[in-house]
Design a protein around this ligand. Structure first.
Ligand code: GUN
Length: 291
């Protein structure tokens, strides 16, 4: 088996399995899971993400609604839209695309989404449920990472896991998930001393710092599983290129398993968003997630 973890094909398999679940929910429960995505402003990268989300939502047979608001939209107008979607029985998941313009309080908006319609896992109730091992919704990127790790390694129990990066979106929830899998978890960050040595001790190394190719191959323990969450646009030899937080060429020579950029974690994130929406639809309607 190649040591490269193919996130693109893993995500395609996950979408196929979700499409089958959606079909059962429609037939047996007259339930069509619906996802609403709100985009404020015209950030080009966000527009691409939102378009892909809508396309894939429809492809698995779910309902997709997009709300594109002007960059000058006020916080109270955005909160009113969120509240109307909270009340809308055809919508089971609400995603507000980040970042939001500076004049809007991000935390206030994220916490205005009903926690049972939160599909990002950013609502404080879901953050709390994740850190206490409860049945909340798990942030999409870390969920995709843990799915790929379990698929490749089986049990993660007792492994030394190092997460580089302490963001609320990836680093902290990733550490919580690894802890739930009974790993010994270290969260490293920009102030960590001897970062190279900390990384070299990892059986599982998750890089989520947003610094292009910061982790070289000689920081990777031979045979370790390396998950690269970074998506960094750089210019090299006069061309624009996407690279991760790990130097892929040198790390792939020593890693037992490694995700490439692009084609690793990225495609899994949207597939997990669809998974979370189906899960929330099932919870709201008190039906079991189809097998
Ligand atoms: N912007 C970039 N990634 C994400 C994400 O996972 N969720 C939301 N809501 N916005 C994002």
């Amino acid at each position: 088996m190649s040591n490269i973890i193919d996130g693109k094909s893993f995500a395609a398999d996950l979408r196929t399995s979700l499409a089958a679940k959606v079909s059962i929910l429609k037939k047996e429960h007259q339930l069509t899971p619906g996802l609403a995505v709100i985009l404020v402003g015209e950030d080009p990268a966000s527009e691409v993400y939102v378009r892909n989300k809508a396309k894939q939502t429809l492809e698995v047979g779910m309902k997709s609604v997009e709300h594109k608001l002007d960059a000058s939209t006020g916080e109270s107008e955005l909160l009113a839209l969120v509240e109307s979607l909270n009340q809308d029985e055809t919508i089971h998941g609400i995603l507000v695309q980040l970042p939001l313009p500076d004049h809007i309080d991000e935390a206030k908006v994220l916490n205005a989404i009903h926690y049972e319609k939160d599909v990002d896992g950013f609502h404080l109730t879901n953050v709390g449920l994740l850190s206490t091992g409860g049945l909340g919704v798990v942030p999409c990127t870390p969920l995709g990472c843990i799915m790929m790790l379990k698929d490749r390694l089986g049990s993660l129990s007792g492994k030394n896991a190092v997460v580089v990066g302490r963001s609320n979106i990836v680093g902290k929830p990733m550490a919580n998930l690894l802890l739930q899998e009974s790993c010994t978890v270290t969260i490293a960050h920009s102030r960590t001393q001897n970062l190279a040595d900390v990384c070299r001790a990892a059986d599982i190394l998750v890089a989520a710092v947003g610094r292009p190719e910061m982790i070289p191959g000689d920081w990777v323990k031979p045979g370790a599983a390396v998950i690269d969450v970074g998506i960094n646009r750089i210019e090299r030899d006069g061309k624009n290129k996407l690279v991760g937080d790990v130097d892929f060429a040198s790390a792939a020579e020593v890693a037992g398993a490694i995700t490439p950029v692009p084609g690793g974690v990225g495609p899994m994130t949207i597939a997990c968003l669809l998974h979370n929406t189906v899960q929330q639809a099932c919870r709201q309607h008190k039906v079991a997630m189809p097998e």
